[in-house]
Design a protein around this ligand. Structure first.
Ligand code: C2E
Ligand code: CA
Ligand code: CA
Ligand code: CA
Length: 279
């Protein structure tokens, strides 16, 4: 029995060692990959439930790794959040979004608000909005065309509360919208709505497993109605089927984002897809 336990343990160690080795490799490769522009963005549409019109898009990063192929953010973002590589990567994504919006304007394509994810790691640097403003000016991006998504976890750190509040005011002053991502995963979600002046909340995907049960429905409906009363837009994330969409339309959710309408698309795919939408 002892031996069995021991072998399980060393198997686990070997697994862990391999994972650490892989992580270290990804960290080492990061600067070169960034310089080589091996990172790309995909855009996932946000769609108005009331008429199916395009309401915005979220930029999601992908790593086109020379040896490993396309890697999804779940495999490297948590890693890069530990050593602040994420700050450089977020900035790269932000610039890619600016370049895309600029091109749409130059080509006379309609503008749609694009949101970018900002890791909470940025809040360690009180001037983190400066490079974003600089890029916004450099690419001549109008106010309201870029939305910054902050995850609920950013708001939890008590010491950061003041800073986050001030940063949201500053974002608005500089012409950015701000949304609260992964809403409802934490336990103080409702308090956050009162305290922080966000433009939108994105209800986390995990909620919508619950629409089958009445309790879950009550919770979703009350979040949505509270947000509405506070003048905050609501986006439901990870919507995969018609039943979920129908339900959300019934409880007056503004927009949905999910495979039901579209998975995240490459930029050329997104430009094609938007042509199929009502104006
Ligand atoms: P997120 O911000 O919550 O983004 C939504 C994730 O849900 C995306 O995963 C998207 O592909 C996925 N998704 C969308 N619709 C559906 C659906 O109907 N069903 C299911 N099962 N999934 C759906 P993705 O692209 O793998 O990104 C994962 C996470 O990585 C993101 O979660 C975000 O937290 C982070 N991330 C992605 N890009 C960036 C970035 O540029 N910067 C930072 N800091 N984080 C990023
Ligand atoms: Ca997000
Ligand atoms: Ca989310
Ligand atoms: Ca999420």
């Amino acid at each position: 029995k002892l031996q069995g336990g021991k072998s399980v343990c060393s198997f686990y160690d070997a697994d862990l060692m391999q994972r650490m080795k892989r992580e270290q490799e990804l960290n080492v490769q990061f600067p070169l990959s960034l310089a080589n522009r091996d990172f790309t963005i995909h855009l996932q549409p946000k769609v108005y439930l009331r008429d199916g019109a395009l309401g915005g898009a979220e930029a999601l990063v992908r790593w086109n790794h020379p040896q490993l192929g396309l890697i999804s953010p779940g495999d490297f973002i948590p890693l890069f959040e530990r050593n602040d590589n994420i700050c450089q990567l977020d900035l790269y994504v932000f610039e890619a979004v600016c370049a895309t919006l600029r091109r749409w304007m130059d080509e006379g394509q309609p503008l749609v608000t694009v949101s970018v994810n900002l890791s909470r790691a940025h809040f360690k640097n009180p001037r983190f909005l400066d490079p974003l403003s600089r890029l916004k000016a450099q690419y001549r991006i109008p106010d309201g065309a870029i939305e910054i998504e902050l995850t609920e976890s950013t708001f939890f750190n008590e010491r950061q509360r003041e800073l986050v509040q001030a940063s949201i005011r500053e974002m608005h002053r500089r012409g950015f919208l701000c949304s609260l991502d992964d809403f409802g995963v934490g336990f103080s979600s409702l308090a956050l709505l009162q305290e922080f002046d966000v433009d939108a909340i994105k209800l986390d995907r995990q909620f919508f497993n619950e629409i089958a049960n009445p309790k879950g429905q009550t919770i979703i409906a009350s979040f949505l109605s509270l947000a509405k009363k506070l003048g905050i837009h609501t986006v439901a994330e990870g919507i995969e089927n018609q039943a979920q969409a129908d339900y959300l339309l019934g409880v007056d959710c503004d927009m949905i984002q999910g495979y039901y309408f579209s998975k995240p698309l490459s930029i050329p795919e997104f430009e094609q897809w938007r042509l199929t939408r009502p104006p």
